[in-house]
Design a protein around this ligand. Structure first.
Ligand code: DCP
Ligand code: CA
Ligand code: CA
Length: 365
C-alpha cells in the first residue's frame, strides 16, 4: 500500500516589518512606508529593510539605499527606523499560533515557517486547504497581519507556491499539479537562485524552470558547484525533499552581503555592514539568544576570507557593536593594504540562551 501523500505548508508574512508598523499606526495606512536601517553616518544614510506595497509601486525595495528610496517616493511617504526586538516578539506570537497546526514545524526566519501537515490532515489536500485558510484567518484575527501560504508535497514547492501567491495569497499545488506549476516558473522562483544567478543562466538561454530541467548535471556542477548542483537538479524537478524538523540550538548566526563594487572605502561598506548586523541581531533575537563574541567577515576580490573577532558583553546595544565592527574592518584593511573587498559580513557567536523567558527554541526540547 502507498503511504499518505506528503503535505507541506509554507507560511511567509507579507512585507513583514513594514506591515507591523502599518498595523500599529493606522494613520500610515495607504501611504508608502519604508522601514530603514540607518547606518548613523548622516540622517539619511543606510538601507531599506522592508517596504509596503504602496512604496513598492515606486520601485522601492529591501536593500536599496534610503537616499535612493527618498528620490523615488512622494512627499507623503513614511520612513521609520527598524525595531528589531519588537518584530521578533510579534514573530514569536505568530509562530506560536502556527505551531498549533502541526507539531512538525520549523521556524525558518523571522517571518517564515514550514509545517509538515501530512499526519494532521491524513494526506488530504482538501483538508490542508481548510487548515491553510483557518491559519490565515487566525493570524489576521489575532495579530491583524496578512500572510501568504503555499501548500505542496515538499518544502521547496510550498515556498515557491507561497511566493507566487503574494500578497495575502494562498496557493495549493497538489501532487499531480506539480509538473505544470513548476515548468512555467522563472528560474529565480527556486529558493537559492537569486537575480545574479538568473542572469548567469540567461547566458545559457535558460529562463524558466522548464529550460533548467534540460541542463545536464555536468553543466549545473560547473555553474553551481557539486553540492548546490544536486539541489538545483532535484528542485527543478520538484523532487528536492527533506524532513521538516526543528533545528537544534544554533552555535552562531551570521549574515554576509555582496558590495555594489569592489572597494576599500569604509564609506561604501558601512551601510552594508549595518544591514548585516541588523539581520544577524534579528536572527539572534528570534532565537532568544545573546552573543558573547562578534566578528567581521571580509571576502576579498580574490575570494579570500579574512575574519577578525572580539569579545562583547551580552546584549551590547546595536550602535556600540557597529562601532566595534567598523574598527575591526578598519584593522583588516590596515593589515591587508592591497586587498579589495567584494563581500562583507557579520558573525555573532558564543551564543547563550536568554534565561527565564519563553523562547522559540523551546520547541526543540
Ligand atoms: N529584511 C531586511 N533586509 C533585507 C531583506 C529582509 O531587513 N534585505 C527583513 C525585513 C523584512 C523581513 O526581513 O520585513 C522579511 O523579509 P522578506 O524577504 O520576506 O520581505 P518582506 O516580508 O518585507 O516582503 P514580502 O512581502 O515580499 O515577503
Ligand atoms: Ca515576508
Ligand atoms: Ca520572507
Amino acid at each position: 500500500m502507498r503511504g499518505l501523500d506528503r503535505v507541506v505548508l509554507f507560511l511567509d508574512l507579507d512585507y513583514f516589518f513594514a506591515q507591523v508598523e502599518e498595523v500599529e499606526n493606522p494613520a500610515y495606512r495607504g501611504r508608502p512606508l519604508v522601514v530603514c536601517v540607518y547606518s548613523g553616518r548622516d540622517q539619511s544614510s543606510g538601507v531599506v529593510s522592508s517596504a509596503n506595497y504602496e512604496a513598492r509601486k515606486y520601485g522601492v525595495k529591501a536593500g536599496m539605499p534610503i537616499k535612493r528610496a527618498m528620490a523615488l517616493l512622494p512627499g507623503e511617504a513614511v520612513y521609520l527606523p527598524v525595531r528589531l526586538s519588537h518584530y521578533a516578539k510579534v514573530s514569536e506570537e505568530v509562530m506560536a499560533i502556527a505551531k498549533r497546526y502541526s507539531a512538525k514545524m520549523r521556524v525558518e526566519s523571522v517571518d517564515e515557517a514550514v509545517l509538515d501537515l501530512t499526519d494532521a490532515v491524513g494526506g488530504s489536500y482538501e483538508r490542508a486547504e481548510e487548515y491553510a485558510k483557518r491559519l490565515k484567518s487566525e493570524i489576521l484575527a489575532r495579530k491583524s497581519l496578512k500572510c501568504s501560504v503555499g501548500v505542496a508535497p515538499n518544502r521547496v514547492l510550498a515556498k515557491i507556491a507561497a511566493d507566487a501567491s503574494k500578497p495575502d495569497g494562498l496557493k495549493i499545488v497538489k501532487p499531480h499539479e506539480v509538473a505544470d506549476f513548476l515548468t512555467t516558473q522563472p528560474v529565480n522562483a527556486l529558493p537559492g537562485i537569486g537575480l545574479k544567478t538568473r542572469q548567469r543562466l540567461e547566458a545559457y538561454g535558460v529562463k524558466t524552470v522548464a529550460d533548467l530541467q534540460k541542463v545536464e548535471v555536468g553543466v549545473l556542477e560547473r555553474i553551481f558547484g557539486e553540492k548546490k548542483a544536486r539541489y538545483v537538479y532535484l528542485a527543478a524537478r520538484g523532487e528536492f525533499d527533506e524532513p521538516i524538523q526543528e533545528r537544534g540550538l544554533a552555535k552562531q548566526v551570521s549574515k554576509i552581503l555582496t558590495l555594489k563594487r569592489n572597494t576599500r572605502d569604509m564609506a561604501d561598506v558601512e551601510a552594508v555592514l549595518a544591514a548585516c548586523l541588523s539581520e544577524a541581531l534579528l536572527k539572534l533575537s528570534t532565537l532568544n539568544m545573546t552573543a558573547s563574541r562578534v566578528g567581521v567577515i571580509a571576502i576579498t576580490s580574490e575570494i579570500k576570507t579574512i575574519t577578525k573577532q572580539v569579545e562583547i558583553r551580552p546584549q551590547t546595544p546595536y550602535d556600540e557593536i557597529m562601532k566595534t565592527l567598523k574598527k575591526l574592518l578598519h584593522d583588516v584593511l590596515a593589515e591587508n593594504p592591497s586587498v579589495m573587498l567584494r563581500r562583507v559580513g557579520v558573525r555573532l557567536f558564543g551564543l547563550n540562551p536568554i534565561a527565564g523567558q519563553s523562547k522559540l527554541t523551546a520547541w526543540s526540547d
